[in-house]
Design a protein around this ligand. Structure first.
Ligand SMILES: C[S@@+](CC[C@H](N)C(=O)[O-])C[C@H]1O[C@@H](n2cnc3c(N)ncnc32)[C@H](O)[C@@H]1O
Length: 301
């Protein structure tokens, strides 16, 4: 596993952890290489980056409102102008759009994107993903339900995240239902003893605890996701030995799960704290290399 700073083109010859803005790093990765990309972006950050790069959406547009954005790509403002009644969401979608567009290019023809998002933004993000991937590439809306934290008394306590799943090629994606760990039936008395003992394949609603305090996997990173949730994703949508990518890696949960399941990985995060947590979490098999010094302004393109 190699640690690196943004600024170098990456050849997928070993697992990578890269510190830098994923917008730059994604561009340095080889296209059509990944079985799986998992994205768990923070909400409402990247405002400054978004404004500095482009304020629009839709690749390869040529019509009115089109303009040249990051990396010389052409974009038009069609979708965002439809959504821009809410500045906060427009800024957020503007941050996400070029990253999602590049992610699509990085997926192998059989590849799958898992986009993990809060219930408040999920619907806006669905529209953006439909625009980038095409509606026919939408595979699933997964609901991850947990039960933790305060419960307000004036509405239903919101205790779920949404994971939107899109494929690179509609109908041509890798999905291994048998590789996913089974779970207990809700009403085992309604099925045969044999089926009850085998358990059932999970559906699109996943009941799973958050990372428990004092558990082996707890790193202390505030937004850490449980390995159990990622394990399903990696098992179902990547092949043994296949490449998986997490552009918002945080504590490195995707990397930890890839190690367990024999997959290769690239983790990216712009926060030195996240990189330090990953270093500690995955460091047992580390061969640290000095990150190459990147002169100011040297970022590719
Ligand atoms: C919600 S956390 C991810 C948590 C992760 N799934 C885990 O299990 O630990 C989002 C991460 O995105 C990183 N991030 C935010 N903007 C970024 C950017 N432009 N490039 C790379 N990383 C970024 C943050 O530093 C943060 O660690």
């Amino acid at each position: 596993m190699r640690f690196q700073l943004q600024g170098e083109r990456l050849t997928l010859d070993e697992d990578f952890v890269v510190e830098g803005d994923n917008l730059v790093v994604l561009d340095a990765l080889p296209a059509a290489s990944f079985d799986l990309v998992y994205l768990d972006p923070p909400f409402n950050t990247g405002r400054a980056q978004a404004r500095a790069t482009l304020s629009v959406t839709r690749k390869d547009a040529t019509g009115p409102g089109s303009r040249t954005g990051f990396g010389g790509r052409r974009y038009s403002s069609r979708l965002l102008s439809r959504l821009s009644y809410d500045d906060q969401f427009a800024d957020y979608l503007t941050f996400l759009e070029p990253r999602l567009a590049r992610t699509r290019e990085l997926l192998a023809p059989h590849g799958t994107l898992y986009f993990h998002i809060d219930y408040r933004e999920a619907h806006y993000c669905k529209l953006l993903l439909d625009e980038i991937f095409g509606r026919d590439a939408f595979l699933n809306e997964l609901i991850w339900a947990y039960d933790y934290g305060a419960k307000p008394r004036r509405r239903w306590p919101a205790k779920h995240d949404t994971i939107l799943v899109y494929v690179r090629t509609p109908g041509g994606h890798h999905y291994d239902a048998d590789a996913v760990e089974r779970e207990p039936y809700m009403a085992p008395e309604l099925v045969s003893a044999e089926r009850a003992a085998r358990g059932k394949r999970p559906t699109d609603v996943w009941f799973h605890t958050i990372v428990p305090t004092n558990s082996r996997e707890k790193t202390g990173y505030p937004t850490q996701k449980p390995e159990g949730v990622l394990r399903r994703i990696v098992a179902a949508s990547s092949r043994p030995g296949g490449w998986c990518l997490d552009p918002f890696a945080g504590s490195g949960t995707l990397g930890a799960v890839c190690r367990q399941l024999g997959r290769r990985f690239v983790l990216i995060d712009s926060s030195p704290l996240a990189i330090e947590v990953i270093r500690r979490r995955l460091g047992d098999q580390l061969t640290p290399l000095e990150a190459p010094a990147v002169p100011a302004g040297h970022a590719r393109r």
